[in-house]
Design a binder for this molecule. Structure first.
Ligand code: 5GP
Length: 191
């Protein structure tokens, strides 16, 4: 998505450890017009898949997931993060290791919000090693819901996430794909 790549090239900064900082339009301050376009694009890509709900992880996935859900005309659910869960009877849970924060969190979705008639679209801001997406796929499995696909705003294609998702046989659509962040420069994957 050209608009998104231009924004990343203009406003993204590269931090040590191959981390792309985009907190002035996605991860802290949110560019609502850009997010609207992101949501429209996800809705266009997945409109024929029978999506009943969009699912993400708090907090950075919420903005793009919200816009995708709005344009698909379905609810959005954000899995909540907790350090460690004790009372889990009414929750679907999975453990997720955070690439940027280097800690594990349990993520959970209340059982009331997913049932076996649902077909979910998973959305996240970044795909790095695929831990967050794996957690959501695990929740989908235990909740017995179908997965229509995965929509990612920024994929770091030099990390393992895409491979993991392709092995799982799930459709993946990333709106910007980054080939490298070496030398503090953003290189996009060439089509
Ligand atoms: P994964 O679970 O695929 O390894 O990493 C995805 C999660 O880590 C995303 O939800 C995002 O919050 C965070 N993340 C991974 N890489 C980056 C990055 O380069 N920049 C930012 N801002 N977040 C990242």
């Amino acid at each position: 998505m050209k608009l998104l790549e231009d924004k990343i090239a203009k406003d993204g900064t590269v931090l040590p450890g191959n981390v792309l900082k985009v907190d002035n339009f996605l991860n802290h301050q949110v560019d609502t017009k850009l997010m609207d376009e992101v949501g429209k694009e996800f809705a266009r890509l997945f409109k024929d898949e029978g999506v009943t709900k969009v699912v993400t992880v708090e907090s950075s996935g919420i903005a793009p997931a919200m816009m995708a859900a709005l344009h698909l005309g379905v609810p959005m659910i954000f899995a909540r993060k907790h350090k460690s869960l004790t009372l889990t009877d009414n929750l679907y849970t999975a453990s997720v290791y955070s690439y940027t924060k280097q800690v594990s969190n349990d993520i959970s979705v209340d059982k009331r919000f997913l049932d076996s008639n649902d077909k979910i679209l998973i959305i996240d801001d970044f795909l790095a090693n695929g831990q967050a997406v794996s957690g959501l796929l695990e929740i989908a499995k235990v909740a017995n819901v179908d997965v229509a696909g995965i929509g990612i705003v920024i994929e770091k294609s030099f990390q393992k996430g895409r491979e993991m998702i392709e092995e799982a046989g799930v459709r993946l659509e990333s709106l910007a794909r980054i080939a490298s962040l070496d030398d503090e420069k953003v290189e996009f994957v060439k089509d």
